[in-house]
Design a protein around this ligand. Structure first.
Ligand code: NAP
Length: 327
């Protein structure tokens, strides 16, 4: 029997309970991982609250790192005892031990510890696909301006550092002056406290009236309109999250009126649907972390049993950088 965090119905953090389950043997395409650390992500809150509806009862958690304890017969890229890390569907990483599809499970380089591995896969692979694969027409070049909301968060601090490594001028928004300072320390070229300043106006000032080539917006409802107003003509709006609530339906005519804008609503799980694709992205992430250009800031650690507090801190905007749960 192993300990997992389950919800029986969607709702607040109090819905999460520690229970004992028997995980059984891994299926033919699965691997069994004993977690040393578990990544906490904002998507866990959408799944817990019911914004993203999933079959119940549900063990939450999409990210983790640990050691392979058993392998399905059709899995060939892993061996017993391997140190591994993953971002993966379906949820289930809030657990001591689990079985999961092997597709997106990667060997963890020796130089990367388990906590870092657990904190970097979902958030780091997201920063990778955003800054390297979700680009405006003509791509991005050193010196270009991009706007990145929630820049002091888990994905945000990784993106600040990665953008600096690419030579981009990342304008980061955050909800306090302390968070703004942290984003700047991590590589944001400019920062805006979007609780006290009109960020679209500030972006226009910073860019000499031009606007940015791309907005990476995970805040959703509260920032959507201002994000469109921050783009230059033909700019790209990347709406990749709902921190403040989902974006209401969009009138496509608005995109024409605001300068023939492009819009996309990507998810990491399309990018990591294949083993080859996942490994290619992970290699780039491991390389940039290995080079020291991107450090994974683990600013909160919680025992697995304290998961309710971890969720409260994340949704009440008390965290910065990444958080891990320790089984
Ligand atoms: N589509 C994808 O592939 C994908 C993958 C990974 C993550 N995401 C999204 O990216 C975002 C960041 O994920 P994360 O796990 O790294 O979380 P996070 O950024 O560490 O935490 C979310 C942050 O959003 C900001 N925020 C703004 N308005 C908010 C509100 N009304 N309520 C709560 N938070 C608010 C807060 O920062 P401030 O206080 O600075 O405003 C908060 O710290 C999430 O929206 C997540 O869903 C999407």
């Amino acid at each position: 029997m192993t300990q997992v965090v389950r919800i029986e119905q969607p709702g607040g953090p109090e819905q999460m309970k520690l229970v004992q389950v028997d995980v059984g043997e891994p299926g033919p395409n699965e691997v069994q991982v004993r977690h040393h650390a578990i990544g906490l992500n904002y998507i866990d809150i959408y799944q817990r609250s019911g914004l993203y509806s999933l079959p119940l009862p549900l063990t939450l958690g999409m990210e983790g790192a640990g050691v392979v304890e058993a392998i399905g017969r059709d899995v060939h890229h892993l061996a017993l005892g391997d140190r591994v890390a993953y971002a993966s569907q379906p949820p289930g990483s809030y657990s001591e031990l689990r079985n999961l599809p092997a597709t997106s499970v990667c060997q963890l380089p020796d130089a990367i510890d388990f906590e870092t591995g657990a904190a970097m896969m979902l958030k780091g692979l997201t920063a990778q696909y955003l800054l390297r694969k979700t680009l405006p027409a003509g791509g991005l070049e050193a010196g270009d301006f991009v706007l990145f909301h929630a820049a002091a968060g888990g994905v945000g601090l990784i993106a600040c550092q990665w953008a600096r490594a690419l030579g981009l001028q990342l304008i980061g928004t955050a909800g306090s002056d302390e968070k703004c300072a942290l984003a700047r320390e991590n590589g944001a070229a400019h920062v805006i406290n979007y609780r006290t300043e009109n960020f679209a106006e500030r972006v226009k000032d910073i860019t000499g009236g031009q606007g940015v080539k791309v907005v990476y917006d995970s805040v959703g409802k509260d920032t959507f309109e201002g994000s469109l107003d921050s783009l230059r003509p033909f700019g790209l709006m990347v709406s990749f999250g709902n921190g403040s609530g989902p974006v209401p339906p969009v009138n496509l005519g608005t995109l024409g009126a605001k300068g023939s804008l492009y819009i996309t609503r990507p998810t990491l799980f399309t990018h990591i649907a294949t083993r080859e694709g996942t490994q290619e992205m992970a290699n780039e992430l491991f390389d940039i972390v290995g080079s020291g250009q991107v450090k994974i800031p683990i600013n909160q650690r919680y025992a697995l049993a304290d998961v309710q507090q971890a969720h409260r801190d994340l949704e009440e905007r008390r965290t910065t950088g990444a958080s891990v749960l320790l089984p």
